[in-house]
Ligand binder design. Sequence first.
Ligand SMILES: Cc1cc2nc3c(=O)[nH]c(=O)nc-3n(C[C@H](O)[C@H](O)[C@H](O)COP(=O)(O)OP(=O)(O)OC[C@H]3O[C@@H](n4cnc5c(N)ncnc54)[C@H](O)[C@@H]3O)c2cc1C
Length: 422
Amino acid sequence: MRPSVVVVGAGFGGLRAARALRRAPVDVLLVDRHNYHLFQPLLYQVATAGLEPEEIAKPVRAVLRGQRNFDFRLAGVSGVDFASRRLATDDAPIGYDYLVLATGAAANFFGLKGVEQFGLSLKDIPDAVRIRNHVLSCFEEAMFVSNAERRRALLTFVVVGGGPTGVEMAGALSELIRLVLVKDYRRLDLKDVRILLLEAGDRLLAGFPARLSEAAANTLWKKHVEVRHGALVTGFDGSAATLKSGEVVPARTLIWAAGVQAAPLAKALGVPTAHLGRVKVEPTLQLAGHPEVFVIGDAAYLEAQGPSLPMMAPVAIQMGETVARSIGRLVAGGSAVPFVYKDPGTLATIGRNAAVARIRGISFTGFPAWVVWLVVHLIQLIGFRNRLFVLTNWAWDYFFYDRAVRLITAPPSPRVSREEST
Ligand SMILES: Cc1cc2nc3c(=O)[nH]c(=O)nc-3n(C[C@H](O)[C@H](O)[C@H](O)COP(=O)(O)OP(=O)(O)OC[C@H]3O[C@@H](n4cnc5c(N)ncnc54)[C@H](O)[C@@H]3O)c2cc1C
């Protein structure tokens, strides 16, 4: 009988590992609590009404349809019994010979209960749709609120975290409001709209060269985003955000892009974890004492090359390829190979014609960086249909200053409901 390889997580790392095992003499079972692979880097465009959710996701079965040694199981994994080599799931247990854990990350609220309860995070499709519904509901409500203070709070959008997600979110939100919603809500005064990007550190995009951080901040200011450094958020109650300085910012919307941590399964494994709850792995991505178990992507903590590797898609993808190679070798009686990361560079967009990029040690900004960002993201999207639809949407929005998906598909959350607004 062929050895079974169970891959948990159909994200960037898991999907790549499953694919890369297509010619190996093994049976591959990919397990995920969702039946789709999600392209998270474009989630913020779903949140800001630019793209439909289905344009950035694809059913796993469709992605790997042609792979003969592949099967998929829709299930949430809650634990691993390493001794009996079985996964506990919300369905029946699943046995394995080799296991690849690629469960990614979850939002990290650093114990701020109010932020967790009333804030909006961006990690999955429902999160993105929730933000879209919420922002549009705020505008609908603001139209009928006579109290100026309440109206301003409805039109104040606080984005927390100056990493790529926060920067992209703030830029896209500003463009949604200033280029598109301004035409729909003509009676509203744009002076009442405020977008704040709050960063606790002393610069945006900490992983990028300082020059690019400055360029990003300048571009955001030009897009009417108030960029604040050293602004540590300590609470949010649905009506106002509180900063460590004591400042209170009345706002109905707080979008939390300030941190992630390993997805909960990492903690449930009962193995040593490191910063942000990521599972410590050997240089070969194997779990110490369990050579048949690999942990990859955001869930893995590898220090082999100096500081821990960033929680980014290229890391997860390359790790997926490495473990597939290692499993092929182990099955053939060989040994696992150490992981070596090849940094392809980093990119972040700030809206129309604006991005920052560092590729092969060269930093550049503005239109060239934006074009590179567009091409790279289009190429990385899975499926020709998705690429075509995304490209069409982008072209439409670019030429007509539009965002096609301005639908409110769920009732406004209580914090925007009409009864409390006068
Ligand atoms: C909004 C946003 C924007 C980003 N932008 C960029 C970017 O521009 N560039 C970049 O390089 N990176 C970006 N990232 C980070 C990048 O998406 C991650 O680093 C990457 O997805 C990690 O891949 P992974 O395979 O480890 O996990 P993921 O891709 O997150 O996949 C994890 C999978 O595991 C599944 N799963 C989790 N727990 C369980 C369980 N218990 N049972 C079953 N299934 C489970 C999930 O459903 C998911 O499908 C962004 C992330 C976010 C959230």
